[in-house]
Design a protein around this ligand. Structure first.
Ligand code: E4P
Length: 418
């Protein structure tokens, strides 16, 4: 079990109630136990928020991975109905991981320790109440040593449900979530499966690209300086970019993985599903490095990878179809399996996609990510009926007199404004 520290904040509605509810939902998670709760603290609003914030902190013990705990925090926000209009705007409830054991990682989805916790008294004061002896792994000091002298106008207003009361409350103990899965806010993520920077640039310009996967074959196909290629891809996409290790022993994979991860915070280290790959996954995940375990052809392999701490598993459906085995069924099995154990926090990355039908099939199966070659991505956009329909609209438009949209609309706006 890992001890973690979670920050809570609310600025709209019945703020004390939202924070209390958040604590109860966190504690209802079968893999997580709330062990200490701070007082609730009222603060001045920050940024564009209009309401006065109420903040608190809870210390938990959890069997969840850091990603699994992040997923739980997001589920709590969703259940309480967070509607965040803009960054730093008012919100029903914010649930953030502040510390996760002594993990130190920077990533787009998950940064631990919370990057702002040290310069925000409204985070650090309640955090110190419940975890004064926890050490901030970057500062190398306990929270008690880091606590600000100035409480910056904060006032203690009340209490959260205390762990002893939570233990007595059977009502909240049943399994809280039937089938939660990682980050579904933006639908299935689309990665491109290539090391060709021009293809990546084009797909990125379409505004749909969430990440990139490469492998040794794809890198070899492009030639050139592969490290610089990875760095350029990361700079362009600013999302997860898988770079594969080639050593066959765990020690070599760990060494290569640690080096690859230094190219950019966006690098995800890819290792094959072997015994050595599992050992390397555990070591790299413990370092806070995201790992994509690749070459997965059966559901139990995916379970092994997730248990070792993988951020992603890559089942190869096209290569299974090639040998007359149903690749989409494998995706369905893994998605169902991970849905049973959300504490794993591992995302299903459907790989070896050969045609557009595969893309819709894995989305229907609930895959978190599909990595798609450029050739297939282009086919997702093109359809002969779209082309002929568009040509027909243009031909009809040509028969409209004064059909210059920009000129006509500009003139109309000027006339109607005056
Ligand atoms: C995934 O990360 C792999 O690079 C890729 O999807 C393999 O696909 P293939 O079977 O078409 O080579």
């Amino acid at each position: 079990m890992t001890e973690a520290l979670i920050g809570l904040g609310s600025s709209i509605g019945d703020r004390a109630r939202w924070l209390q509810l958040a604590v109860r939902i966190l504690d209802a998670d079968p893999a997580t136990e709330v062990i200490a709760c701070s007082k609730t603290w009222a603060n001045q609003p920050i940024g564009a928020a209009l309401g006065r914030f109420l903040n608190a902190a809870v210390r938990v013990r959890t069997h969840r991975s850091a990603r699994g705990l992040l997923s739980l925090c997001q589920q709590v926000e969703d259940r309480i109905g967070r509607r965040r209009a803009r960054r730093w705007g008012d919100r029903t409830v914010d649930v953030d991981i502040l510390l996760y054991g002594n993990m130190n990682r920077r990533g787009r989805d998950l940064s631990v320790p919370h990057p702002q916790m040290l310069n925000r008294p409204f985070v650090l004061i309640p955090a110190t109440e419940v975890a004064s002896t926890m050490v901030h792994p970057v500062a190398g000091q306990t929270l008690a040593q880091l606590k600000p002298f100035d409480a910056a106008g904060m006032v203690a207003t009340g209490l959260l449900p205390q762990p002893v009361a939570l233990r007595r409350s059977a009502k909240y103990k049943p399994r809280a979530f039937s089938n939660p899965t990682p980050d579904r806010e933006n639908g299935m993520k689309i990665f491109i499966d290539t090391a060709n920077i021009d293809e990546i640039r084009e797909a990125h310009a379409w505004g749909i690209l969430d990440g990139v996967t490469t492998n040794p074959s794809l890198i070899a196909r492009e030639g050139g300086d592969f490290i610089q290629t990875i760095a350029d891809i990361c700079e362009l996409v600013r999302g997860p970019v898988s770079a594969e290790t080639v050593s066959q022993d765990a020690e070599g994979m760990i060494k290569e993985g640690r080096l690859l991860a230094q190219i950019s915070e966006h690098v995800v280290v890819k290792v094959p599903l072997t015994n050595a790959g599992l050992t390397a996954t555990r070591a790299l995940a413990d370092d806070g490095i995201d790992v994509n375990v690749t070459l997965i052809f059966q559901a139990a392999q995916a379970l092994m990878a997730a248990k070792a701490g993988a951020a992603y598993v890559s089942p190869f459906l096209g290569r299974l179809d090639d040998i007359a085995t149903d690749g989409v069924q494998l995706i369905e099995e893994i998605v169902t399996m991970f849905g049973n154990y959300p504490e794993l926090g591992t995302e299903v990355l459907s790989a070896s996609i050969r045609h557009p039908l595969h893309v819709s099939q894995v989305a229907l199966a609930g895959s978190d990510v599909a990595t798609i070659p450029y050739k297939v991505l282009s086919k997702l956009v093109n359809h002969p009926l779209t082309e002929s329909g568009n040509a027909r609209f243009l031909a009809d438009w040509d028969t409209v007199p004064n059909n210059d949209i920009v000129g006509q609309v500009t003139a109309w706006l000027e006339k109607n404004r005056s």
